[in-house]
Design a protein around this ligand. Sequence first.
Ligand SMILES: [Zn+2]
Length: 338
Amino acid sequence: MKEIEEIKKEFEEKIKTKSIEELKKVETHFLGRKGKVVDLFKTLKNATEENRKNIGQQINDLKSYVEETISKRLKELEEIEKNKLLANERIDITLPGIRLETGGLHILSKVMKEVEDIFLSMGFDVMTGPEIESDYYNFEALNIPEFHPARDMQDTFYLAKKILLRTQTSPIQIRTMEKYKPPIRIIAIGRCYRRDAIDSSHSPIFHQVEGLVIDKNVSFSSLKGTLLEFTKKMFGEETKIRFSPSYFPFVEPGAETAISCVICKGKGCRVCKYTGWLEMGGSGMVHPNVLKNVNIDPEEYQGFAFGWGVERIAMIKYGIPDIRMFLQNDLRFLEQFK
Ligand SMILES: [Zn+2]
């Protein structure tokens, strides 16, 4: 009887353990094959006949008590473990989030999309063409034969004899007129290459947007109206447009186009070199020779064409001071236009 009391006392002490692992050891210690409670049964044979039943009962009670208490304690400890785990995994929704870096369109892609959208809204189609061109499409078909002085106006990257990187998007005009019958109303937009020395306004890689309209009764005033409409949509309602006589081999008459300075509104500033005007590119009525080259009768059809620089448009619209910034891939620059 005294032994039972002692074992119980020892058990009460050991059951206070806080770890499941420790509890398993306690279980073995008391209930294992050589455990203390099991050992007690072996002492029964020393007991007297009349005590045996009573003591046996008490050992059994002790055994059940130990079993139940251990299983209860196990549940408690498991619960504690679970709560600890949950506490570790708790999400603090008040913590600031981690900002994900997202990409964006390059400012030139954005401007080209803007230009396209404006001309699409005016009923134009958008055409593209190869950047590697033949001498024929880039020059000859555009009324610039070999040894024509106008070839000096455009320093060309030649890849092979008569194969070059297009110096303008105009070859797309020829390809379009070869493929489709008038009326034609397209813009061609894309990358061009010239052997220019690099400075703040010249880059050997640049982008052009060209327009071409071929129809009956197309006049210079159609060209004026179209470019003015585009200018207003791109730079604002109050923007004016100016044509001044100029020479380009593929147009006759030809005109240099300028818009009123969007920064100083024509008063004169550093950007417009105090002239109040910003030069945008060439334009004019399509030369009859060009129409003849693609089997369009110049007596029946007329057309106008223009070619503006995309970088120029972007620089003026977004106040970008240097053309080199477009290709430097400096995130501090690019992220401003995301
Ligand atoms: Zn100005």
